[in-house]
Ligand binder design. Structure first.
Ligand SMILES: C[S@@+](CC[C@H](N)C(=O)[O-])C[C@H]1O[C@@H](n2cnc3c(N)ncnc32)[C@H](O)[C@@H]1O
Length: 286
């Protein structure tokens, strides 16, 4: 930002936009609004209603600090400590994947399946991260019982905090993949958004993702794009109750291969497209 301190919230916002545009961040306008609002302790709407409000030196310093972090491509959600998912605010911090809007499709599909069953359901979320899927399902599916699993104790710490924040009752388990749930269930719904980016694509990722989000949440192990498909269609599908459903989020090019492997299990399977028209979720019925 330029040397002379801004005098009003509006001036601060304009400077923030310019600064982030110069730094080449993804969406300078929106990001400036979110970060300036956060620095002033306001919502975005409140910020727009108070653009003429004078700003204090301490507020300018705070905004500068947040903008410098964003200028280094730290995700906005890590800086503000929060990201909205399915209409609820989820706490996020480094060490946990930032919930993505395309994952809401998986929640929509799980809700549709639960509605079809017409009774309270049991579900398992494999690789729960911030808990965005599990907490949302626990809130949206009345009377449901859910298990949320992750291998990362840091992710589970944040997921537990999110469950508490939203008064969602869930069982949290630290363990390695669907195999860690053997002996439990069966579940009406098994859902997962596993790490699906091939490590060979690391260099092509945006710096926000590549340099800040946890590798454990992003990359498929051993550069094997089928690793999680095999585990979820094998031991994962084994956790699904008769009449239940497995839902797996996919990388944007994984659809055809995922469907091929799913059909090889002999179970009815289909792909669902996200709002961008990409094959995003694999559904397998048991
Ligand atoms: C793509 S993130 C999804 C997080 C969250 N469900 C979401 O949709 O935002 C994948 C998650 O799987 C977890 N994970 C990675 N390997 C795992 C394993 N072997 N067993 C269990 N969880 C694992 C990661 O820690 C991460 O939280």
């Amino acid at each position: 930002m330029s040397q002379e301190a801004p005098r009003s919230a509006g001036e601060m916002l304009a400077r923030a936009r310019e600064f982030l545009a110069r730094k080449g961040t993804g969406e300078p306008r929106l990001e400036a609004e979110l970060l300036v609002a956060h620095a002033l302790g306001l919502t975005r709407l409140q910020l727009f209603l108070r653009l003429d409000q004078p700003v204090l030196e301490a507020e300018v310093a705070r905004a500068r600090e947040l903008l410098v972090r964003r200028g280094k491509h730290e995700p906005v959600a890590y800086i503000t400590g929060s990201r909205e998912f399915y209409g609820r605010a989820f706490a996020v911090a480094s060490g946990v994947l930032v919930p993505r809007p395309e994952t809401e499709l998986l929640v929509d599909l799980a809700r549709a399946q639960a509605k079809e069953l017409g009774r309270p359901v049991s579900f398992a979320d494999i690789g729960t991260g911030s808990g965005c899927i599990a907490v949302t399902l626990a809130k949206e599916l009345e009377g449901s019982t859910g298990v949320a699993l992750d291998i990362s104790s840091r992710a589970l710490e944040i997921a537990r905090a999110n469950a508490a924040k939203h008064s969602a009752t869930l069982e949290f388990i630290e363990g390695n993949g669907p195999e860690a749930l053997s002996g439990r269930g069966p579940f009406d719904l098994v859902v997962s958004n596993p790490p699906y980016i091939p490590p060979s694509e690391r260099a092509s990722l945006a710096p926000d993702v590549r340099d800040h989000e946890p590798a454990l949440a992003l990359f498929t192990p051993q550069d094997d794009p089928d690793h999680w498909l095999r585990r979820l269609l094998g031991p994962g599908l084994g956790l699904v109750a008769p009449g239940g459903t497995l839902l797996v989020e996919l990388g944007h090019q994984q659809g055809p291969r995922a469907l091929e492997l799913a059909l090889a299990t002999g179970r009815p399977s289909k792909l669902h497209k996200d709002f961008a028209g990409l094959e995003r979720v694999l559904e397998v019925s048991k």
